[in-house]
Design a protein around this ligand. Structure first.
Ligand SMILES: [Zn+2]
Length: 61
């Protein structure tokens, strides 16, 4: 299974379109990830500008 990361918001998705920003600008070249359950109370989410719960790549090329 190849998951891809959105170049916009870094959301990792198994599909071909980002479920958050609906873009197909995805990259299979990403490294590391965090799982955000509660964006409003997560310092990591705020640092990465994440507003929806999910799995996010730390680095996307
Ligand atoms: Zn996105």
């Amino acid at each position: 299974m190849t998951e891809k990361a959105c170049r916009n918001c870094h959301m990792i998705t198994p599909g071909s379109v980002c479920p958050v920003c609906k873009t197909s600008s995805l990259s299979s070249d990403w490294a590391g990830y965090v799982i955000i359950l509660d964006p409003a109370n997560s310092a990591i989410a705020q640092k990465l500008n994440i507003s929806a719960p999910g799995k996010y790549a730390l680095r996307v090329r």
